[in-house]
Design a protein around this ligand. Structure first.
Ligand SMILES: [Ca+2]
Ligand SMILES: [Ca+2]
Length: 413
């Protein structure tokens, strides 16, 4: 079956929702498209420095520093490629990918079975697709915060669209990591063993073609970063690239095995605040535990909110579901500018500091003593009132770095 862009555009939203809410692949889904490149490592002779492509497209890879690589038991029998890791300047092995793996592509899917050794040196790249430190797509088992991260950019690190897991890639076990770059949906998504890591997959308009330019000679690497990051320490098997963004069901099918399913929600009640006349902004997703022990986000489907519910100050409840589990949002509607102080709520240590200008009229009782005392005014200067007690416009200035050392001045204008 040919996998067309139009089909995907029609299939994806329902398909993605289905997979994210149930975690169960739909058997009726179209088969995945043919991969552009497949490295199974089962028949390779590493001493040749060549990694054979079994897709039929002849896109063999080049094993650099081959003497430090080895073949180990594969994810499902056969062999996998073991890479030693180490400094980028070391003789650690990695694979250089042929340019045709991503050339003239728009959408991409990268999938690999990965057995990371768990060395907690940040920013080992499992793969790097693109040209250089300006244009790339990569995944790391362990970012600077120790979490699984995928990012894509055409404007270096500052322009990255990121998808971040709640934990590192689980180490010392075979895990299937799949990343889709879907330009119709304008997003990049990461799947772990066929289940999306975060429902709020990062928004991006980057296409595969934009990851390279006319001067690019390689599609990138397996096991090496474009930056001077540590080399990947672990084993890789069944490395695949598709010239399409696979649907959630197709990703699960490629991952094989049992797709992890949700077992519970981190929270099922949310407090939301809005102002009169403004629809409440309800959370789009909730963190959930899964059967494989790796937390992921689940999208929340909320019941429609009647504008009458937030037409006046008050409180109302909205019901929703996340993976068929009920959630509620308690919405408090306040007047614009209304300040509510909940003394029962601990918001942590006070680290305030403010300076500003208060401009206005004053007179007996304005501003109130409460306000003046709260500002801890020390000095006030003002233009004398006239006998007719015309209230003079006054500019108040205050600066407060701590509750005990404020200064304030008030000058008339
Ligand atoms: Ca293999
Ligand atoms: Ca190792």
């Amino acid at each position: 079956m040919t996998f067309t862009k139009a089909m995907r555009a029609g299939l994806l939203p329902a398909a993605l929702t289905m997979a994210l809410t149930t975690g169960v692949a739909n058997a009726a889904t179209a088969d995945p498209p043919a991969p552009v490149l497949v490295y199974a490592f089962d028949t390779d002779d590493l001493s040749t420095g060549t990694i054979g492509d079994s897709s039929g497209n002849g896109l063999d890879g080049t094993l650099v520093n081959a003497s430090t690589a080895s073949l180990v038991d594969g994810a499902g029998g056969g062999h996998a490629l073991n890479l030693p890791g180490g400094a980028p300047t070391s003789d650690g092995a990695y694979v250089r990918l042929p340019l045709a793996a991503i050339k003239d592509k728009t959408d991409l899917t990268v999938s690999a079975r990965v057995k990371w050794d768990g060395t907690a040196s940040a920013w080992q790249w499992i793969y790097a697709l693109g040209k250089d430190t300006n244009r790339y797509l990569f995944s790391t088992p362990y970012n600077g915060d120790g979490r699984l991260r995928t990012a894509v950019t055409t404007s270096s690190g500052g322009g990255e669209a990121k998808v971040t897991g709640y934990a590192p890639l689980p180490a010392s076990a075979w895990k299937t990591l799949t990343v889709t770059l879907d330009t119709a949906a304008e997003r990049v998504t990461t799947y772990l063993d066929g289940a999306a890591v975060a429902s709020a997959s990062a928004s991006t308009t980057v296409t595969a073609a934009q990851l390279i330019d006319a001067a690019t000679t390689s599609a990138g690497y397996i096991g090496r970063s474009f930056y001077q990051d540590p080399l990947f320490d672990g084993a890789i098997d069944d490395f695949r690239i598709y010239g399409a963004a696979l649907s959630a069901e197709q990703v699960a099918a490629v991952a094989g095995g049992t797709t992890p399913t949700p077992t519970g929600l981190a929270q099922d009640a949310f407090a939301v605040r809005t102002t009169i006349g403004t629809a409440p902004s309800l959370p789009a997703a909730v963190r959930a535990t899964f059967t494989d022990g790796y937390d992921r986000d689940l999208p929340i489907t909320w019941s429609p909110v009647d504008p009458k519910d937030y037409a006046a100050a008050g409180t109302f409840t909205v019901n929703g579901t996340a993976a068929d589990r009920p959630v509620t949002a308690t919405v408090t509607v306040i007047r614009e500018g209304q300040l509510i102080i909940d003394l029962a709520k601990d918001t942590g240590p006070f680290h305030g500091g403010a300076s500003g200008t208060l401009y206005g009229l004053y007179g007996p009782g304005v501003p109130t003593n409460n306000l003046i005392e709260g500002m801890r005014l020390r000095t006030v200067s003002t233009k004398a009132h006239t006998a007719r007690s015309i209230q003079a416009p006054t500019r108040w200035r205050w600066s407060s770095r701590s509750p005990t050392a404020p200064t304030a001045t008030c000058t008339s204008t």
